[in-house]
Design a binder for this molecule. Structure first.
Ligand code: CP
Ligand code: NVA
Length: 305
């Protein structure tokens, strides 16, 4: 990376314009079609720091780098000096001397932005308590494959309204001009400031009524009731019980609707087996698309697109 350039970080979707995200999404669609097409990341190493568990994010980034000709170093926050008192800023400065890109999965959003502020290499958000933009890029790619457009889609978000995947969906709604109806218990409603900002750019409504949100939806979305950073598991499970997506709830959406879930799913909690394994489920495409869309994100971060 030339010292003349500010690194291209991938922190949150609301920092992007429609054109840039469209370039990334359409590159991802081509990369899926021509799987071994580009080797542009030869000589580049991506370090990945995980402070929370991961299956999809870890494997998809590792395979993405390999297929693009690059390498990865996977680090656990606990085993690094970072977990024993070294500052985020110093860690970012040091890693910037060894590798060409950094992906981090962490707790507070401020951990990520602090690393980005001190890194001279691109930093990618691999999930924080606040947002999960790589996931939602894969979701948008999946929606594009199914509906050939994003504009005008009606999205129903069901269950946990205070959720990192939902934050990135709300950011995307303003960029691609689709609507979101959020159904969540009042005590798990979206964070007020995040919601207000998103509502300034997109048609986003909230209520505690699942059926109203689902009616005529194109996309039915849910997530685990207990995220990795959540502490009140029992209380959440009790509050969210009425928000389970089963075949009767799916039937309220359009007959062409798809079901999406970032995974890991807790079958029998937020979603039934019948919906997960049913004809409307897009969850496996959604998971696969993490690989293709993250390749495109990496190419963007490394200024190859
Ligand atoms: N959806 C997602 O990010 O999965 P992992 O936690 O397995 O990475
Ligand atoms: N909301 C979930 C997403 C997991 C990919 C969590 O943060 O645990």
């Amino acid at each position: 990376m030339s010292a003349h350039y500010k690194p291209r970080h991938f922190i949150d979707l609301d920092a992007f314009d429609t054109q840039t995200l469209n370039i990334i999404l359409h590159t991802a669609l081509r990369l899926k079609k021509y799987r071994s097409w580009r080797k542009d990341l030869h000589g580049k190493t991506l370090a990945m720091i995980f402070e929370k568990p991961s299956t999809r994010t870890r494997v998809s980034f590792e395979v993405a780098m390999k297929e693009l000709g690059g390498e990865t170093v996977v680090l656990s926050g606990k085993e690094m000096q970072l977990g024993h008192g070294e500052s985020l800023g110093d860690t970012a400065r040091v890693l910037s001397r060894f590798v060409q890109g950094l992906m981090i999965r962490t707790f507070e959003q401020s951990n990520l932005t602090e690393m980005a502020a001190h890194a001279s290499i691109p930093v990618i958000n691999g999930l924080t308590n606040f947002s999960h933009p790589c996931q939602v890029m894969a979701d948008l790619m999946t929606a594009l494959e199914k509906f050939k457009k994003l504009k005008g889609l009606e999205v129903a978000w069901c269950g946990d309204g205070n959720n990192n995947v939902l934050t990135s969906w709300m950011h995307a709604a303003g960029i691609f001009d689709f609507s979101i109806r959020i159904a969540a218990p009042a005590s798990l409603a979206p964070d007020k400031e995040t919601l207000k900002k998103a509502q300034a750019k997109a048609n986003i409504t909230t209520s505690d009524n699942l059926q109203t949100a689902l009616k005529n939806a194109d996309i039915v979305l849910t997530d685990t009731w207990v995220s990795m950073h959540d502490t009140n598991a029992d209380e959440r499970r009790k509050l969210l019980q009425p928000y389970q997506i089963d075949t009767a709830q799916m039937a309220l959406a359009k007959s062409s609707a798809i079901f999406m879930h970032c995974l890991p799913a807790h079958r029998g909690e937020e979603v039934t087996d019948a919906v997960m394994d049913g004809a409307q489920s897009a969850v496996w495409d959604e998971a696969e698309n993490r690989l293709h869309v993250q390749k495109a994100i990496l190419l963007w971060c490394f200024r190859k697109i």
